[in-house]
Design a binder for this molecule. Structure first.
Ligand code: SF4
Length: 441
């Protein structure tokens, strides 16, 4: 039996999809590289913006024909939009859906899948067939999903205790639950033993990590970074998404003193106006955020910091927007994603008038984006004529695609073959926008 996974949204969803895929493989399914041939399709959904939810929902709609072709096939819908929309509503709209596993129920995926597959029983489905722990190293490598052969996504927590007024995540993922440090570290050791050199630690506010009991000497995020840094085979450590409030000297020093921690942090600021930050309930001020940036740069002068901005938030004035523009330069970010505010049902700000005209949102989005593109292009050009280590992510005939420790993407040529996951020294020869090109040494 074959399965296919379609994942929408963030890296937390990618990590959840990988966990659910392993459960499917343990029950006799093998990965299919296309949906058409699959006996089971898992759609892991996102609801952070309406557009993301619409994409997942229209994908579901298009699967009715696939299901009609063989009613024994199984369609599973999981994740944040599944949690927000709910089982009843989804099955009413899409009768061809067999199983709905909301983001808060992903830990119960195995049991829910077994129950679903038991009625009516499906040939070849082996509930609780294999114990994942019994897999040999070869089987684990063989069963790594394509995107797992480069970076190991390791969730350290689920949920978020924050309540940013525009964000739907807390309502669909629940309160923070931290994975025990021992469990996190053993997953890191396991994946490093499979040859994965990069570890990406995941959490909605990953640096708020505070496990209930200290294990392996780890009682907080700084401690976790130091411990992962000691795991044999790990050469790169990244983490998503930190929250500025939890960024402290201890974490900055742990990053600076852990040679495998990449000199890149994506630290969402969202706005440069104190009034807007307060209404967003971000729990920091403009000057407070800038202090965190200085703290980071004191510990690691060469660190690359990218960020997120939301423009057109309810009540945002031209003056507020000017404050965001000035912060973008003052903070000297190395890159940014710029989003136009879109109201999400179930959030606090959904109750406020979305009073910034679409034209103003569009204009502010355009202005901030071009400012940031100008800044990040200059930062990218600074790599030209330098030699950098690149983690190979994918390969063509004689060309390869990879990433610097600073996060920049590199396309390079080489006279020798390289595989995804290899670390290769590359001479950077050119830059365009945020990407670089080069030649392997
Ligand atoms: S910190 Fe704020 S924006 Fe981030 S997931 Fe939590 S509520 Fe959402």
């Amino acid at each position: 039996m074959k399965f296919f996974v379609e994942t929408f949204g963030c890296q937390m969803n990618t990590s959840d999809s990988q966990e659910m895929a392993r459960s499917l493989m343990a029950r006799g399914f093998v990965p299919s590289d296309n949906a058409r041939d699959a006996d089971c399709i898992l759609v892991n959904t996102c609801t952070v913006r309406q557009h993301a939810e619409d994409k997942a929902v229209s994908f579901l709609g298009r699967l009715a024909e696939w299901k009609e072709a063989d009613p024994r096939r199984v369609l599973v819908v999981a994740g944040c939009a599944a949690e927000r929309l709910g089982e009843k509503n989804l099955k009413r709209r899409f009768p061809h859906v067999d199983l709905v596993v909301g983001a808060k129920s992903i830990d119960r995926f195995d049991r829910l899948l077994d129950e679903c597959m038991a009625s009516p029983p499906r040939d070849g489905f082996d509930a609780r067939g294999e114990d994942l722990g019994s897999w040999s190293r070869e089987t684990r490598i063989e069963r790594l999903l394509p995107e797992e052969t480069v970076s190991a996504h390791v969730s350290v927590m689920r949920g978020c205790n924050y309540a940013c007024s525009y964000c739907v995540v807390p309502s669909v993922r629940g309160r923070e639950v931290y994975r025990p440090a021992g469990t996190v570290l053993s997953e890191v050791r396991q994946k490093a033993a499979l040859g994965l050199k990069e570890v990406i630690l995941l959490g909605q506010t990953v640096n708020s990590y505070r496990p209930s009991a200290a294990e392996d000497g780890v009682s907080d995020f700084a401690g976790l970074l130091r411990a992962v840094n000691q795991v044999p085979g790990v050469r790169r450590i990244r983490f998503m998404s930190p929250h500025p409030f939890y960024l402290d000297e201890k974490t900055a020093n742990a990053m600076a003193e852990s040679e495998n921690v990449c000199r890149h942090m994506h630290l969402p600021v969202q706005s440069g106006s104190d009034g807007v930050l307060e209404r967003m309930r971000r729990n920091y001020t403009r000057s407070g955020f800038l202090e965190k940036m200085s703290l980071l740069r004191r510990a690691m002068p060469d660190i690359f910091v990218t960020t997120d901005f939301i423009v057109g938030f309810p009540g945002e004035t031209e003056e507020d927007f000017r404050a965001t523009i000035s912060l973008a330069s003052e903070a000297d970010f190395d890159g940014a994603y710029v989003f136009k505010y879109s109201s999400r049902p179930g959030t606090v700000s959904a109750g406020w008038p979305d009073d910034v005209p679409e034209a103003a949102k569009e204009a502010r989005h355009g202005e901030l984006l071009s400012l940031m593109e100008g800044i990040s292009t200059k930062k990218t050009e600074a790599f030209v004529n330098r030699r950098r280590e690149v983690l190979v992510e994918s390969k063509g005939e004689h060309s390869f695609e990879g990433r610097l420790r600073e996060g920049r993407k590199v396309f390079f040529t080489s006279g020798t073959p390289h595989r995804p996951g290899d670390l290769v020294p590359v001479d950077i020869t050119g830059a365009s926008g945020r990407t670089l090109k080069g030649r392997a040494v």
